[in-house]
Design a protein around this ligand. Structure first.
Ligand code: FMN
Length: 420
């Protein structure tokens, strides 16, 4: 089969917009001077805001530090009504049967609002949590973990026998007991096929794992074409085993009424970011064996930016535009000077950002996990400026913030497509 046969261009999926639901927060949270003191009340306000605004869901990322995502999810169920919690999970930190019990409790209490982001993290952090498998083996372990998890989650009681995971069948009295508990509590099944698993994995082992266990394959953003190529490669692998995936990406966002305002704000972020943050981010992104001093890029734009940073200054905001409205400037998730990754940002007028999102959509992306800082303020901007311009599929009517359509406003229309 050719890649074209799996092109997702012919029938683009409708768009889902998700936001970000974790601390820290602030206008420039990657710098100590731009980070707020936040806590549970702030998370509650953030959760209820994005719920009210009509985002489809929110990502709760997980790492070595920070709050535990399922605890956060449970604590925010009652602050929200329709928001889906996309909670990132590293397999192996709790056993699959226990995780299935926790997931099923949250599924019931939230009335079907739990999703998992199945992540396998990195080699450096996981051993500290007790997961010692090397990279590729971690994905083989993870495959068994999620298969065992889904069996228990769906209520199957005949156990699981794998190389890494072994769950004994339920004893008969426990099977009876779990059936009567389900009947007594009028347990409703929201996901009879198993809990929806979103997730990532770019390496060969990561892709092999993803096509087996995931429903939605995620990747950090790139240009629409390059991301589309990656998704088509993964879709072709999935098709070989008869699987069809959906695709999503992660982007930061600066959306304003005009291009000028958006780029002025991007410049403001540059002006308040230290050269040191750029250097540290570059060091984290270097290929193995390279140093900040030795690294040379064959991309002239990137090399020019590295040279400017080496001279002790940051380049201008526009120097980090790698494609119209796609920016690798500073973000909480890294300052991707060496090329697009977790910090990649959409910058522009609402019309142009919407056009870019539609371009990603035409290349197969249907879920967009967005964040802008501060999270509450920028969530309002996205809902106000962007929601009305996109054909969203959130499973409910999207509330309209503006009392009047902006498309009639002179200021707004005069800026449309000024940079495309
Ligand atoms: C949208 C998205 C979100 C991710 N969130 C997390 C996370 O919360 N925690 C984590 O350890 N890794 C996270 N990752 C990284 C993946 O776990 C994985 O390390 C990465 O995709 C590299 O894949 P590889 O292991 O195949 O090289 C995320 C990746 C993507 C694309």
């Amino acid at each position: 089969m050719t890649l074209e046969k799996h092109s997702l261009v012919e029938t683009p999926e409708k768009i889902k917009l998700l936001w970000y639901l974790t601390l820290p927060d602030g206008p420039i949270p990657w710098e100590p001077h731009g980070r707020w003191n936040t806590g549970f009340k702030h998370l509650q306000r953030l959760a209820s805001t994005i719920d009210d605004l009509g985002f489809y869901g929110a990502l709760l990322a997980t790492g070595l530090g920070g709050n535990e995502v399922l605890t956060v999810t449970s604590s925010l169920i009652s602050s929200t009504q329709r928001l889906k919690f996309l909670a990132a999970i590293h397999p192996g930190l709790v056993g699959p049967a226990k995780l299935a019990q926790i997931a099923s409790t949250i599924e019931q209490f939230s009335e079907g609002r739990l999703l998992f982001n199945a992540v396998n993290g990195n080699d450096r952090a996981l051993p500290a949590f007790g997961v010692h498998y090397p990279h590729d083996e971690r994905y083989r372990y993870s495959l068994e973990y999620w298969q065992a998890f889904q069996k228990i989650f769906k209520g199957e009681t005949d156990g699981y026998e794998g190389e890494y995971i072994k769950l004994a069948p339920f004893p008969p009295e426990l099977v009876q007991q779990s059936k009567s508990v389900a009947a007594d509590s009028h347990k409703k099944t929201y996901y009879p096929q198993g809990l929806p698993l979103w997730g990532a994995g770019t390496s060969a082992a990561g892709v092999a794992h993803s096509i087996e266990v995931l429903d939605v394959y995620l990747s950090f953003a790139d240009t629409p074409q390059r991301l589309g190529e990656k998704f088509r490669r993964v879709a072709a692998e999935a098709a070989k085993i008869g699987k069809r995936l959906k695709f999503g990406t992660r982007l930061q966002i600066i959306v304003r009424e005009t291009e000028q305002e958006a780029w002025d704000y991007a410049q403001y972020l540059i002006d308040h970011t230290s050269v040191e943050y750029a250097i540290q981010s570059i060091k984290r992104q270097l290929p193995p064996g390279e140093t900040f001093e030795s690294y040379q890029s064959d991309n002239p734009q990137i090399q020019q930016n590295i040279d400017t940073i080496k001279s002790g200054k940051l380049p201008n905001a526009k120097d980090f535009e790698i494609y119209p409205n796609i920016w690798t400037g500073p973000a909480l998730h890294g300052f991707n000077v060496l090329g697009p990754l977790a910090g990649t940002t959409l910058v522009g007028s609402a019309e142009n950002v919407a056009a870019r999102i539609r371009e990603f959509q035409a290349q197969g992306t249907s879920a967009f996990i967005l964040s802008g800082w501060p999270l509450i303020d920028e969530a309002y901007r996205v809902a106000d400026l962007l929601f009305p311009l996109l054909d969203l599929d959130h499973g409910f009517d999207i509330p309209q913030l503006a009392s009047q359509s902006r498309s009639t406003s002179h200021k707004f229309t005069s800026e449309i497509s000024s940079s495309t």
